[in-house]
Design a protein around this ligand. Structure first.
Ligand code: ATP
Ligand code: MG
Length: 158
């Protein structure tokens, strides 16, 4: 489906903000203009649901989630940043592997199967994008993904 990614992302963020039970604040930094991309909206919803659920799951009370979309020349970079416990550097790449969970004892009580980010990687790759993470232990984690975006399509929509 062709959708305005900014609107699509905002709706997902709104849904989480309405339903949140913890004391976590939300901050969004989204472009003012629409960015039309061709995506499988069901699959991208699943990807964002997992990334945002993870961010909430590992956020401390009073933490902040930051949601961003940056428009580059031929791609958009979407990110979700939290102020949680972070992920050790040596594990940063492994979180996208099936069934991988950083700390079995820690994550067992939080639930989950360790599939969410592996599925996210599959979906983003199938869309021609990349997914990666940056993290500082004790400070927080940011999950990024890119989606190709064709600037020549812009004219057709204006
Ligand atoms: P599922 O998504 O299948 O319910 P899960 O959340 O454990 O289970 P993933 O979403 O694939 O699985 O994440 C893999 C692991 O990466 C998590 O178990 C956790 O250890 C780590 N992780 C993911 N996101 C974060 C985050 N925002 N902060 C800290 N650790 C994270
Ligand atoms: Mg998950």
């Amino acid at each position: 489906d062709w959708v305005d990614f900014v609107d699509f992302y905002q709706r997902i963020i709104d849904r989480f903000e309405m339903g949140r039970s913890q004391k976590v604040t939300f901050q969004t930094k989204l472009p003012k203009d629409a960015i039309y991309v061709e995506i499988d909206t069901d699959k991208l919803t699943q990807v964002l649901d997992n990334i945002i659920s993870n961010a909430l799951k590992y956020s401390p009370e009073g933490g902040q989630l930051r949601f961003k979309v940056e428009k580059k020349e031929k791609e958009i970079i979407v990110s979700v940043a939290d102020q949680g416990m972070g992920i050790p550097r040596e594990n940063l790449k492994k979180i996208f592997e099936r069934f991988y969970r950083v700390d079995k004892a820690r994550t067992r009580q939080l639930g989950g199967t360790g599939l969410g980010l592996a599925i996210a990687k599959e979906v983003i790759t199938a869309h021609g994008g990349r997914i990666w993470a940056s993290s500082v232990e004790g400070r927080g984690t940011t999950i990024y993904f890119s989606l190709p975006f064709d600037p020549t399509n812009e004219d057709e929509w204006s």
